[in-house]
Design a protein around this ligand. Structure first.
Ligand SMILES: [Zn+2]
Length: 224
């Protein structure tokens, strides 16, 4: 399940379903928003993580206190849902017949291999073919990017990530990079929501807004 701005109680730049605590929003409002998002899954969220643009994927077997610094979570417990947050960075869902994961993919994580790490983590505890869904994130026409950093991502991921903005500046195509990394990891079934956070007013966008909230993907298995 991918969330957007709608259906929460936060106000101002965080209106309304902000699910991140580190962005300056009211803590009680975020707690209520998290309760609402969790209720929509019918599961317990295993961990509300704090992302650090790394490549660690945590295997979760019980609910943990919020704030653990990790960019991916995987579980095979039908009672648990896993979550990844983003506002231009991509929340990505992964799953096979027995396990499911949520990973946070920004340009650093893409460069350093978070996608492959997420797929490997699902395979380690699951079975069957891994499938993926790419959530709302900034697109290749909007994500203006410094040439030096872009070169580093191209070197790691390939020329597919090199793009241009609508005005002709260097840009990074994050969803194209994620699709490429998924293919390289052997994931053939990939859904891409195709929503650009920078262009959609229904979504949070750090690039567009600066001070803003975060949407999430919540990933759960079959009804327990
Ligand atoms: Zn865009």
């Amino acid at each position: 399940m991918f969330t957007d701005r709608r259906g929460g109680v936060s106000t101002g730049p965080f209106a309304s379903l902000n699910l991140a605590t580190h962005v300056g929003d009211d803590g009680d409002a975020v707690a209520e928003n998290r309760r609402r998002a969790e209720a929509r899954t019918g599961r317990v969220v295993a961990l509300w993580p704090r992302h650090v643009h790394g490549t660690d994927v945590l295997t979760v077997t019980r609910a943990l206190p919020a704030g653990r610094e990790v960019d991916g979570c995987v579980t095979a417990d039908p009672a648990l849902a896993v979550v990844a947050l983003g506002a231009d960075c991509a929340p990505v869902a992964l799953g096979d017949d027995a396990a499911w994961a949520a990973i946070h993919v920004g340009w650093r994580g893409l460069r350093d291999g978070i996608v492959a790490a997420g797929v490997a983590a699902v395979r380690a505890v699951g079975r069957g073919a891994v499938r993926a869904a790419i959530g709302p994130c900034i697109c290749g026409r909007c994500y203006e990017f410094g040439p030096a950093d872009l070169d580093a991502v191209v070197a790691a991921v390939g020329p597919v990530v090199a793009s241009r903005t609508t005005t002709g500046a260097h840009a990074l195509d994050l969803p194209a990079g994620i699709r490429s990394e998924l293919r390289r990891a052997g994931v053939e079934s990939v859904q891409d929501l195709g929503v650009c956070t920078s262009e959609s007013v229904a979504h949070y966008s750090f690039r567009r807004e600066g001070r803003t909230g975060r949407q999430v993907v919540l990933v759960a298995g079959p009804t327990p």
